[in-house]
Design a protein around this ligand. Structure first.
Ligand code: PLP
Length: 263
């Protein structure tokens, strides 16, 4: 991973508490020697416990910001996080459809870890009908996978999501009642692999953003999806194991754990 830094264009929300969203993406992409370009989909008001408000950005601004970047330098992957409004989803689609050769890694952020709803029915519908057909890798947690498909069984959910148009689905298992965490990768209509890891003790802010951004960075670096997912999981687990608690709520993954120096 030397030489040029591949660019990943992130469509993400801003979290002023510094745990999730674009800050998570940038820290993660730096960890994989990528350049992060960032188009903010929404500002938010939140603390380390929960999201209080979403402030969507204007669709025309999202489009023109992305087009300026894309006209200037090659982008090796798109990473999409919090969308927050159906018109934002439409704006993102209008960009993606002009760049079908660039892989799209989409983390469907439907609710905050603290419980706040982050997606309306209209956004869910746009996501399913317009955005999923443009997506290469979808990274729902098990709750999001069930909500997007109305399937209790996670394999059924993955199959339905691929029928909706995305090429691969990684369902993360943190919210399942299992001793270890088990994440399942599906691609081209079948299960590709199961990746287990030891369950860690806390609730973490922006762990899904971290995992999806790591996959995007590794794909931008040229790894094939199964290898990218394995390495992204190892990285995310290390970031969580080194987590710290800046406030009174969730822990933050230490995504730059590898830079730690003695002060
Ligand atoms: N805020 C923003 C901007 C996000 O992108 C996300 C998740 O992607 C969240 C909040 C919620 O993070 P969590 O579910 O880890 O609490």
């Amino acid at each position: 991973m030397t030489g040029d830094r591949p660019s990943v264009l992130c469509f993400s929300g801003h979290d002023p508490s510094g745990g999730a969203g674009i800050q998570a993406d940038i820290e993660t992409l730096i960890s994989f020697s990528c350049h992060a370009a960032s188009v903010i989909t929404a500002l938010t008001e939140q603390d380390s416990r929960n999201v209080k408000k979403i402030i969507p950005q204007r669709p025309e601004d999202i489009i023109s910001q992305a087009r300026s970047v894309l006209a200037d330098f090659p982008v090796k992957a798109f990473k999409i996080g919090l969308i927050g409004h159906h018109e934002t989803a439409e704006a993102i689609c209008s960009i993606l459809q002009d760049y079908p050769q660039i892989p799209v890694i989409l983390d469907p952020v439907l609710a905050a870890g603290g419980g706040t709803e982050l997606a309306t029915e209209q956004l869910l519908s746009t996501l399913k009908t317009r955005l999923l057909p443009l997506t290469h890798v979808l990274t729902p947690n098990s709750i999001e996978a069930r909500r997007l498909t109305d399937s209790e069984d996670l394999t059924d959910a993955a199959m339905k999501l691929m029928k909706m148009g995305c090429k691969a689905v990684l369902i993360t298992g943190t919210h399942e009642d299992t001793e270890a965490v088990s994440n399942q990768l599906y691609q081209d209509g079948k299960m590709i692999k199961t990746l287990a890891c030891t369950r860690l003790p806390y609730s973490y802010h922006g762990s899904g953003c971290t995992f999806a951004a790591a996959i995007a960075g590794l794909i931008a670096q040229g790894l094939k999806l199964p290898d990218a997912v394995s390495r992204a999981q190892d990285y995310t687990w290390n970031a969580l194991q080194n987590a710290y608690r800046p406030g009174q709520g969730q822990h933050n993954p230490a995504r730059l754990f590898w830079t730690t120096t003695s002060l």
